[in-house]
Design a protein around this ligand. Structure first.
Ligand SMILES: C[S@@+](CC[C@H](N)C(=O)[O-])C[C@H]1O[C@@H](n2cnc3c(N)ncnc32)[C@H](O)[C@@H]1O
Length: 464
């Protein structure tokens, strides 16, 4: 049964009044921080300073309002503390036709304050009729995660163009079809990426019936290290909205399950013969699908721009004249260090941290091992397992002590995570003995010992 009706009250050019002070009144005054309403806040004479954030947009009066003050107000909130004649004020306001909310007293209020998700042009209200405010707050938190931060920008654009669209498209059905394309297509992607003028251009192009080839978009998205909880809100949203998902081996099933059931999934991490799809073919797939007008999400383990060839894919998509947007992810080094409790920097032990690759392109330049072996620093190797003997040799030859602590984190953040500890001088033997085969991060530096000292006895022995 719908016990309350969440009507929307226009606030442009209106006045909202808050009476009272302290923790009952301040949250009500804050509700209007981003609204176009004029906020009048009547605090008591003897009350302390007004919070500076509210003072920036509210007109403060250190007295009680008169009938004249109230006249014409859109809403009145009364936080009934000592010295506030709540009942008398409510009566006066009601006679003037102003709806009244007496804070924390739903039974004597004309309206209740809902939990609000505010995205400028879009406002979501969650009402429980005052019965379960905590539940409303939790629902709000869930909706906050679902709604893109810039959805209001899209609504603003739609408001700006509404008159033009009505003038150009006379038939209601045509207008609805236009808005469906405009608010779900490329203009939406551009607006959510913060490109308002690009989004406006795209909407006008759509309105003029110009449908170019570059209708689709490719999102290069970081999936983080594997645990779906470590995905960014934006990555989760892009996955939900994607028509096509191009993923590789490191993207966990838990992450992929966030996508729509009818989205096309293309696994470029391996084929039947377990060979990864060549990079050129991946580029061709991205361009082919985006040219069909699809919203393509190319999702990669960790961050797309950290040892992920994201830069090459971005260039291919751009060269094809298609839009590309990059969404970062938590890179494996950062995630594994956090998971194992290893600080990557430390004021006493590591003033810098370097991410390095254990493998280099055939015929390409090797890493500078003198720099990687500097004292008071942490070096984190990606793809280092196969190169453990060379890493051990090159770092010790470059001057890093063989007794430098080393931590290996395999399948970091997944249920199968494994941590083993040792020293640089025994790195190759450690990899061999432990049979490390999954994706692994190698952390070389004094801080790696921090986790070893908290580790289970088996790994402590290895450390000794
Ligand atoms: C091609 S790189 C991709 C790196 C990725 N773009 C990132 O930012 O994490 C693959 C390497 O990342 C590391 N890696 C990725 N995910 C990992 C995880 N969950 N645990 C440990 N290492 C991981 C391993 O060193 C693996 O060999």
């Amino acid at each position: 049964m719908m016990r309350v009706f969440p009507a929307s009250i226009p606030l442009d050019g209106r006045t909202v009044i808050v009476v009272g002070s302290g923790p009952m009144a301040e949250p009500k005054a804050r509700l209007f921080a981003t609204s176009p309403a004029r906020l009048l806040w009547f605090t008591g004479k003897t009350d302390g300073p007004v919070p500076s954030d509210i003072a920036q947009y509210a007109k403060i009066e250190r007295r009680m309002p008169t009938r004249r003050d109230l006249r014409g107000a859109a809403l009145l909130f009364i936080a009934g503390s000592d010295g506030v004649p709540a009942e008398a004020l409510a009566r006066m306001a009601r006679r003037l036709g102003i709806p009244v909310n007496i804070v924390d007293s739903p039974a004597s209020s004309d309206f209740q304050t809902p939990a609000i998700v505010d995205r400028d042009g879009i406002v979501v209200s969650i009402a429980s009729g005052g019965a379960a405010p905590v539940l409303s707050v939790d629902i709000r938190a869930a909706i906050e995660q679902l709604l893109p931060a810039r959805i209001g920008l899209l609504a603003d654009l739609a408001r700006e163009l509404r008159g033009t669209v009505k003038a150009v498209l006379g038939r209601f059905g045509d207008r609805r079809a236009f808005w469906e394309r405009a608010l779900r297509g490329k203009a939406r992607d551009l607006a959510l990426a913060g490109d308002k003028s690009g989004a406006r251009r795209e909407m006008l192009r759509e309105l003029n019936g110009e449908r170019g080839e570059a209708a689709g978009i490719v999102h290069l998205v970081g999936a983080g290290p594997g645990d779906p909880d470590l995905l960014t809100l934006k990555a989760a949203r892009l996955l939900r909205e994607a028509d096509v998902i191009v993923h590789d081996r490191l993207v966990s099933e838990g992450v992929l399950n966030l996508s729509r059931r009818d989205a096309l999934r293309i696994d470029v991490g391996k084929t039947k013969g377990h060979h990864p799809v060549p990079q050129d073919t991946i580029g061709e797939i991205l361009v082919r699908e985006a040219r069909k007008g699809q919203r393509v999400v190319r999702i990669k383990g960790g961050d797309p721009f950290v040892f992920g060839r994201g830069g090459e894919e971005m260039d291919v998509v751009r060269a094809a004249g298609l839009a590309v947007e990059v969404t970062p992810g938590i890179t494996a080094a950062v995630a594994c260090a956090a998971s194992a409790g290893i600080p990557l920097t430390h004021r006493d032990h590591a003033q810098s941290v370097t991410f390095a690759s254990g493998v280099v392109k055939q015929g390409g330049p090797d890493a500078d091992y003198r720099a990687l072996s500097a004292p008071n620093s942490t070096t984190v190797f990606y793809m280092g397992v196969g190169a453990a003997p060379e890493i051990q040799r090159k770092m010790t030859e470059a001057g890093r002590s063989p007794s430098t602590p080393v931590a290996l984190i395999e399948n970091g953040t997944l249920d199968t995570e494994r941590r083993v500890f040792g020293t640089l001088g025994g790195l190759a033997a450690l990899v061999e003995r432990e049979g490390i085969a999954g994706p692994t991060i190698m952390i070389v530096g004094e801080t790696a010992a921090a986790a070893a000292s908290q580790a289970a006895p088996k790994t402590l022995e290895q450390f000794a």
